[in-house]
Design a protein around this ligand. Structure first.
Ligand SMILES: [Zn+2]
Length: 311
């Protein structure tokens, strides 16, 4: 009787061990399968456009402070990454507009769209009296401007018009101010009215935005400045215009389109684009980029990178 009981116990133990081993092996197989799913599944399936295949580029987290989509304002200061892409507007401009002097600098990338926009303006309206009166500014220069304005109008009024040193978009080299050139040599204020309204209406086609619109002063922190233009490129300028965003709203909007989720699909000026956001992660961030497509990678100056793919 006892022997029989013992045998029964051994048999039960064997069954339990066998079942345990069976479940263990099932778990291992399932684990390997799901791991290989992660490693071998083409990343494209994660986005909405399954026709793209991706590779990874690595960026330092400090690179979020560079690129043509950096957001700069009094709350999000510019970090002044190396700025050797600046060029004198005087040397690269065409004859369809003027520039204050040889010291007005802009990022070289925006010179071609700027030249094109002002050539088209001249063709359209017959004027070549626009003058670029301000481009890149150092932090010290901005501090001087602010001090000057405080002296003239007091601190409260100055703060509405002049950004804090570090908080001006002019630090990036992607922003410029227009004036109207007159024969007397003194430039007049650019108001974006009359024939000049063409520029404020059409600048998006060339990748520029009116950075401080009249209805967004609570978000930008700066009063309406019809003369201040910022380059963000296409298709971004088109979407910003279409949605009625200011840059603060647009950069926030793009966070809704992470690489692992649905990507933003946009068409502008006859070209299709796909846009997604990659959040910065640790000291280095791995960013999926398309293998066989042209793409633009820019930091947002806050928490990540924006990839813009030309389809
Ligand atoms: Zn300006």
């Amino acid at each position: 009787m006892r022997r029989k009981q013992k045998r029964k116990i051994y048999r039960n133990r064997r069954i339990v061990i066998c079942l345990f081993l069976f479940f263990l092996s099932c778990a291992i197989v399932a684990g390997i399968r799901s791991f290989s799913d992660i490693s071998s599944k083409p990343s494209a399936e994660k986005g909405t456009n399954s026709s793209l295949s991706y590779q990874t580029v690595e960026k330092k987290t400090q690179d979020i402070h560079s690129g043509d989509l950096v957001l700069v304002n009094n709350k999000t200061e510019y970090k002044f990454p190396e700025n050797n892409r600046l060029k004198s507007v005087f040397n690269l401009k065409n004859n369809d507009y003027q520039v204050k002097d040889k010291d007005v600098l802009l990022v070289e990338q925006i010179m071609s769209p700027l030249n094109q926009m002002l050539s088209d303006f001249r063709k359209e309206k017959g004027e070549n009296d626009l003058i670029v009166i301000s481009g890149y500014r150092t932090k010290e220069y901005q501090a001087g401007l602010l001090q000057q304005r405080i002296k003239e109008d007091g601190a409260a009024e100055a703060a509405k018009w002049v950004a804090q040193p570090g908080g001006s978009e002019h630090h990036t080299g992607y922003a410029l101010d227009f004036g109207i050139y007159t024969r007397s040599g003194k430039s007049e204020d650019y108001t974006g009215q009359g024939k000049y309204g063409w520029i404020n209406e059409n600048c998006w086609k060339y990748g520029f935005i009116v950075r401080y619109p009249s209805d967004k002063t609570d978000l930008t922190g700066i009063l309406y400045e019809p003369w201040h233009f910022r380059y963000v490129g296409l298709p971004h300028a088109a979407t910003i215009r279409e949605k009625g965003f200011c840059l603060e709203e647009y950069i926030d909007y793009l966070r809704q389109f992470p690489y692992d989720g649905e990507h933003l699909q946009v068409t502008a000026e006859g070209k299709s684009y796909e846009i997604y956001f990659v959040k910065a992660d640790g000291k280095k961030t791995k960013i999926p980029v398309p293998k066989n497509k042209t793409y633009n990678l820019s930091g947002n100056n806050t928490d990540g990178f924006i990839v813009t793919v030309t389809l």
